[in-house]
Design a protein around this ligand. Structure first.
Ligand code: CA
Length: 257
């Protein structure tokens, strides 16, 4: 699945391009990731979302699909009613509730949930919200900076100084998340940060199917493709070349002017 949107918000002053790709990978037989790439079609913002579902019997992909839909609809319906960061927090909380409501009446879906990372762009201001270990990176000047902090058990140990990032990256429990949408949580507090994008900067949103197997150096090289469409496609290809052990999602958002 590939999408490309190009929008000039302020002619000659500000322009963003986005593309997204989502792939089952090599080892899995179905895709529990879901993405959304929404251009600013006049409502005043653009939106990108990556969700990574969990739960057996296809429940994970339902959780991801619910989250992507609920967050998109909540922002569309309430845009302008409050601060973008508050809107994102409310959208994540609503998605959390909707997933658990679905699980409550579908026994096979009990415990389903998903991680989520979303970016909301308003002109040159960007808000990134996340829950779980789906990530956002800002690629600027030849380096990739992870701008989300994983909600995982091993990251908490890194934050406490009990593990190094290098140890965490290969830890057998690195996939154990400490926050997500759904999964029977009473509430979900998304972390929301505001970031700037300068001309030439890129934002990458991805699931762990990408970040687990593609290095930061590769991310820089692949994100900086001339064509944004090539960037998301080649990121997927790189993860598959590394074995494609999990579902893979990548959305690249670039400020071109
Ligand atoms: Ca995953």
């Amino acid at each position: 699945m590939y999408k490309l949107f190009k929008r000039t918000h302020v002619p000659g002053i500000f322009e963003v391009q986005m593309s997204g790709a989502c792939d089952t990978g090599i080892a899995r037989d179905h895709n529990e990731d879901a993405i959304a790439v929404q251009e600013d079609d006049g409502r005043g913002y653009h939106l990108a979302i990556v969700c990574d579902g969990m739960g057996g019997h296809s429940a994970g992909e339902i959780a991801s699909a619910i989250a992507v839909q609920v967050i998109g609809e909540h922002l569309a319906a309430n845009w302008g009613s409050s601060d973008p960061a508050d809107l994102l927090r409310a959208a994540f909380a609503l998605a959390n509730a909707r997933i658990d409501e679905h699980a409550a009446v579908n026994p096979h879906a009990q415990g389903m949930g998903c991680t989520c990372v979303a970016v909301l762009g308003v002109r040159d201001r960007f808000w990134v919200a996340h829950a779980g270990d789906s990530r956002a990176y800002r690629v600027r000047g030849g380096s990739a900076e992870q701008i989300t902090t994983d909600h995982t058990m091993v990251q908490e140990l890194v934050s406490q100084g009990l593990l190094t990032p290098e140890q965490a990256a290969v830890h057998p429990y690195r996939g154990r998340i400490s926050r997500c949408l759904g999964h029977g949580q009473q509430k979900c507090d998304a972390d929301v940060g505001e970031f700037t994008l300068e001309k030439g900067d890129n934002l990458l949103l991805c699931s762990d199917g990408l970040s687990d197997v593609v290095t930061a150096g590769e991310i820089v090289a692949l994100v900086c493709q001339r064509d944004v469409r090539d960037a998301s496609r080649r990121l997927i290809e790189a993860a598959n070349k590394a074995g494609g052990p999990d579902n893979i999602s990548a959305i690249v958002l670039r400020r071109v002017v």
